[in-house]
Design a protein around this ligand. Sequence first.
Ligand SMILES: [Zn+2]
Length: 237
Amino acid sequence: MSSVALRSRADRGAHHLEPDHYGRSVLGHPLEVWRSSGKCRLLIFASIHGNEGETTSALSLALRHLAAPSPHCAVVLAANPDGLLRGTRGNARGVELNRNFPTSDWQSAPVLHRETMDAPRDAALSPGAAPGSEPETQALISLVRELEPEAVVALHAPLECIDDANGSALGQWLADRTGMPFVRDVGYPTPGSFGTWGAEQGVPVVTYEFPLITPDDATRKHVPVLVELLTRMPTDG
Ligand SMILES: [Zn+2]
């Protein structure tokens, strides 16, 4: 049962709820958060990797389904707006934000990623000059500390899994609901990642990895799951 009225398809083309700002990016763009009407129990963010814009599009459409703010869920459509605008994985300084969090295992070595799923992992980005060096990282940490959510859902692509180190009920629900594999880790080290930071801070993080997917399929398969997350806490039964 949803406690939030949903808008019709005809009405949900544009945002009608207003975000707050929780900081500014390197280029000075506002970091936007759509706050919950009640106590924040869940924070969902997309596009900490600027080249994963399909997660922003899907989360935006899910948010635009709601006639009123989510009762329990805060939403960040783009944790890395500069990367999203410029089409880069990193921020405007070329920093891989998901390796910039102040964790015990943070590393100064370049971060290697793949341009495509079948390419070698040889494209280098910086993890930042120091742990937590980037304004987008600092702002997201401050937001989590302020909101004190029960869990954070981080949207990524395209590994097609629900990655949850805690094996939580929320992670299991997402795996069941999406039909994607439920895993405890992604199979390679992620020093300085948001998930590692959350684990060290006692903030449960579930990583929701879209598959390789067309925008149409993302809308059909994943927007309904995100609408459910925004309208009710699935683990409340
Ligand atoms: Zn990602």
